[in-house]
Design a protein around this ligand. Structure first.
Ligand code: UDP
Length: 481
């Protein structure tokens, strides 16, 4: 039989294989898995998702991976973090769990190289510490940035800011003008750079320095949302100062996993009038103090509006057996006033103590506003599935920057302001809730949120920026031009 050379090559071409490394938490893994799903739709790939073992249950991650045929899970052996004092900032154990896992990660990648056609390594931000090792193996590297393009502008600008500024950023007299971004007060910049004398600050500078080693940076945002910022990043790329940027967002879940509260909470929403409920959630792990929880309850109660609240144990209450309900969670009656719990009993509000199906909640017609900690996944889910006005209550990481973008940049949010004691008082909360759910300003925020939702829909459409960027990436990681 006579085959042409091209046909023979086509037959012999092995299936490209991509390794994805998610260093931490569901907030990073969920969008990475969604990206895998999108890549797999573009081309015939195989994907191995590699996760360091931090001792937590990986069942939700495994369940999610089962829904994406063509993906395998490689769990790295646990590393000891016993030497890290409990007072160490959260970033330290994450960074050390990555750096201490590098030898094991190298073995997994080398094994893949010897058994499959491994073409690319895609890692979340903490994975950058592995970049020098991955470069040695000769594998293409892509960095997945699960936050807005604005954050990448900070990455680019921080060395210059570090050189030119002698004080703490929060003491700068003027807002910082990151290229292409709405001005940000120094105190709103990324949390881990707030103490410039700290070890974490040095680690962040080092970490940001690794970004340039990537062959491409995948940003979970879209140009219609951050047009000028994407332009500034493109210019930096053209001048050779930054890797090519792929605006792959919004990469978000289209539905939530099952959870205990799912049926009950959606049923309660079904019974509420359209656009009447404020959804309140601080992400997968955000918590407040008991004093702040009381003020939140007073604010929700005082607003007279309906609410669906995800309430976690206040971060200053010790776990003791007596406080816990049958499901092992703290009974909210312990930290919320009786009058508030009465309102809940009367059906005016609904309190969930662990997890809600957030995507379905945001999509529900009864939801009229979202009080959010501004985690980037929540922000994107709200833009895509909700199109509702937001109350921005940022807690940590880059959430204050996200809040600035959502409130001052995109004007789809109003922001809470902490008092000098660091607490947001109930009166302010009540006013903001009323403003967002029923006021004229809320209507204007809602109009812009709807516009943004349409823009997100266009970005996710067949010819949209998201699909183009993912298709471009799929070509690159499959070894094509
Ligand atoms: N989430 C959820 N139910 C909850 C809390 C969170 O489904 O009760 C999901 C939410 O939809 C989002 C993710 O968890 O996809 C939280 O990510 P985000 O970036 O908003 O915040 P983080 O948890 O990383 O602070």
């Amino acid at each position: 039989m006579n085959y042409s050379a091209t046909a023979m090559e086509a037959v012999a071409q092995p299936q490209p294989h991509v390794a994805m490394f998610a260093a931490t938490g569901k907030g990073h893994l969920f969008p990475l898995i969604e990206l895998a799903r999108k890549l797999l739709r573009c081309q015939s790939f195989a994907v191995t998702v590699i996760i360091p073992d931090d001792g937590s249950s990986l069942e939700p991650q495994k369940d999610l991976l089962r829904t994406v045929p063509g993906t395998n899970l490689a769990l790295l052996p646990p590393v000891s973090l016993d030497d890290i004092p409990p007072t160490a900032p959260i970033e330290i154990p994450i960074i050390l769990s990555v750096t201490r896992s590098i030898p094991a990660l190298r073995r997994v990648l080398a094994d893949l190289q010897s058994s499959v056609h491994l073409t690319a390594f895609i890692a979340d931000v903490f994975g950058v510490h592995a970049f020098p090792m991955v470069k040695e193996l000769g594998i293409q590297i892509y960095l997945f940035q699960p936050s807005p393009a604005m954050m990448m502008s900070l990455v680019l600008h921080l060395p210059q800011l570090d050189q030119s500024c002698t004080c703490q950023f929060r003491d700068l007299p003027e807002p910082v003008k990151l290229p292409g971004c709405v001005p940000v007060n120094g105190s709103d910049l990324f949390d881990p750079i707030q103490d410039r004398q700290s070890e974490v600050y040095k680690s962040v500078l080092e970490m940001f320095g690794h970004f340039k080693e990537a062959d491409g940076v995948l940003i979970n945002s879209f140009p219609a949302m951050e047009e000028d910022t994407f332009k500034a990043l493109e210019e930096a790329c053209e001048s050779g100062g930054f890797p090519p940027v792929y605006p792959i967002g919004p990469v978000i879940r289209s539905g939530s996993e099952n959870c205990n509260s799912k049926e009950e909470c959606l049923k309660w929403l079904d019974e509420q009038p359209d656009r009447s409920v404020l959804f309140v959630s601080f992400g997968s792990g955000g918590t407040l103090s008991s004093l702040q929880m009381k003020e939140l309850a007073a604010g929700l109660e005082g607003s007279g509006q309906r609410f669906l609240l995800v309430a976690r144990r206040p971060n200053d209450l010790v776990r003791t057996g007596a406080y816990f309900s049958g499901k092992g969670e703290m009974d909210p009656g312990v930290y919320f006033p009786a009058s508030f719990m009465e309102k809940v009993k009367a059906g005016k509000g609904f309190v969930v103590t662990n997890w809600v199906p957030q995507v379905e909640v945001l999509r529900h017609a009864a939801v009229g506003g979202f009080l959010t900690h501004c985690g980037w996944n929540s922000a994107l889910e709200s833009v895509v599935h909700g199109g509702v006005p937001l109350i921005a209550w940022p807690l940590f990481a880059e959430q204050k920057m996200n809040a600035v973008l959502l409130s001052e940049g995109l004007r789809v949010a109003v922001r809470v302001r902490e008092g000098e004691d660091g607490v947001v008082d109930g009166d302010q909360i009540a006013k903001l809730v009323r403003k967002v759910v029923e006021g004229a300003e809320g209507a204007e925020l809602r109009r812009r949120a709807r516009e943004l939702k349409e823009a997100a829909g266009a970005a996710m459409g067949e010819d949209g920026s998201c699909n183009k960027a993912v298709a471009d990436l799929a070509r690159k990681v499959s070894g094509k031009k």
